[in-house]
Design a binder for this molecule. Structure first.
Ligand code: PLP
Length: 396
């Protein structure tokens, strides 16, 4: 059978070879420590799990409205208002199968063939591929490490053409952990609004901020809000990755379009998962505070250790749960007879020699860096960094 042309243009994952090798090593019984994961290591808090079970036991197992159950849409609207002061009506909120589907719904609603979507790099791996699946063209604009990985308004402006249709902003950012200040966001929003762009604001790490505070894009004012599709979810905040609940909030016509799209693709997320998400948003928030405090401790530890490793340079990420050190200082050196030309090579050597899995910057559109997740217990983190240190000290 001949595949759809859009599928042919999908990039194979830059980490495919790495993943395959991790699996092979694990199959051989090797003790591989993965710092490549993008999900909290904590369990979903008890009261949320209990609500999921109770929903099943009460027979809450049938179709729900395509946009999600009204109580959850209301709770999401209240949550957004509490955290950022922005008022959306429940009718402007669409509950989806994770933030991932919310972003795809938004792209399908807003873009098509001939349209360009600007994506700052380094970027989360699915953005560019989702843009291509929507038939549009991704335009990648590199942010600079010297600027704390924050995209500037001038860089955005230079990337725009008559075909530019949307901008995807990720704040806090995966993989860099960068958090945009209000002024930095306003500068970008001003350009985007003046050029009539839609802004898909992916704020899934909004609660995981360790320095400064998070500014939600639509809180910048009514004009910005009109141009924004706000995306978030429960995966990262409540350790609920497997429940698959995310959402988008937007202007009524865009929200309606996203509901229509979703209604023809997967109808809605699982009914019991929606009830669990409701419990997450409406129940006690102290589990979130505890996770946040633990992530903050680990961040300090991991960044401190990375800064002391030979050839590595690591800034202090202000949010999310990733460190994104530069490995440019070890490029050109060799370890165990292998020459390190790229960050992909460094990640392969760390896997082979240290049995530590990390994601190379190439996967996020920027070579010369590694992404390490610190969503892992302290003892395993310490062991991983000890192993990395042994291998990197041997580079010559
Ligand atoms: C930046 C970013 N956006 C969206 C998602 C998707 O989250 P969800 O589990 O809600 O689909 C992720 C998950 O890794 C992410 O890192």
């Amino acid at each position: 059978m001949r595949l759809n042309r859009r599928i042919a243009s999908l990039a194979p994952s830059a980490t495919l070879a790495l993943d395959a090798r991790v699996k092979e090593l694990v199959r051989q019984g090797q003790d591989v420590i993965s710092l490549a994961v993008g999900e909290p290591d904590f369990d979903t808090p008890d009261h949320i799990r209990a609500e999921g079970k109770a929903a099943i036991d009460a027979g809450f197992t049938r179709y729900t409205p395509a946009a999600g159950i009204p109580e959850l849409r209301e709770a999401i609207a209240r949550t957004i208002e509490r955290s950022s002061g922005v008022q959306y009506s429940p009718g402007q909120v669409v509950v989806s199968v994770g933030a991932k589907q919310a972003i795809f719904n938004a792209l399908l609603a807003l873009c098509g063939p001939g349209d360009e979507v600007v994506i700052p790099a380094p970027y989360w791996v699915s953005y560019a591929e989702q843009v291509k699946l929507a038939g549009a063209t991704p335009v990648v604009v590199p942010a600079r490490e010297e600027e704390g990985w924050i995209l500037g308004a001038k860089e955005l402006e230079r990337a725009l053409t008559a075909r530019s249709r949307a901008l995807i902003l990720n704040n806090p950012c995966n993989p860099t952990g960068a958090v945009y200040s209000k002024d930095q966001l306003s500068a970008l929003a001003e350009v985007a609004v003046s050029r009539g762009l839609a802004i898909i604001s992916d704020e899934v790490y909004e609660r995981l901020v360790y320095e400064g505070s998070h500014t939600s894009l639509p809180s910048l004012g009514p004009e910005v809000r009109k141009h924004t599709v706000l995306v978030s979810g429960v995966s990262k905040t409540y350790a609920m990755t497997g429940w698959r609940i995310g959402w988008a909030a937007a202007e009524p016509d865009v929200a309606r379009a996203m509901v229509d799209i979703q209604s023809h693709i997967n109808s809605h997320p699982a009914s019991m998962a929606q009830r669990a998400a409701l419990a997450a948003l409406c129940g006690p928030q102290d589990p979130v505070d505890r996770m946040l405090a633990e992530f903050a401790r680990r961040r300090d530890y991991v960044v401190g250790r990375l800064q002391s490793l030979p050839g590595l340079k690591c800034g202090r990420p202000a949010g999310a749960f990733y460190a994104f050190p530069s490995v440019k200082g070890v490029l050109g050196k060799s370890v165990a007879g292998r020459r390190l030309e790229t960050s992909m090579d460094v990640s392969m050597v760390l896997l082979e020699e240290a049995k530590v899995a990390v994601v190379p910057g190439e996967a996020f559109g920027v070579g010369g860096y590694l992404r390490l997740s610190y969503a892992l217990g302290q003892a395993r983190l310490a062991e991983a960094l000890d192993r990395m240190e042994r291998v990197l000290r041997a580079a010559s």
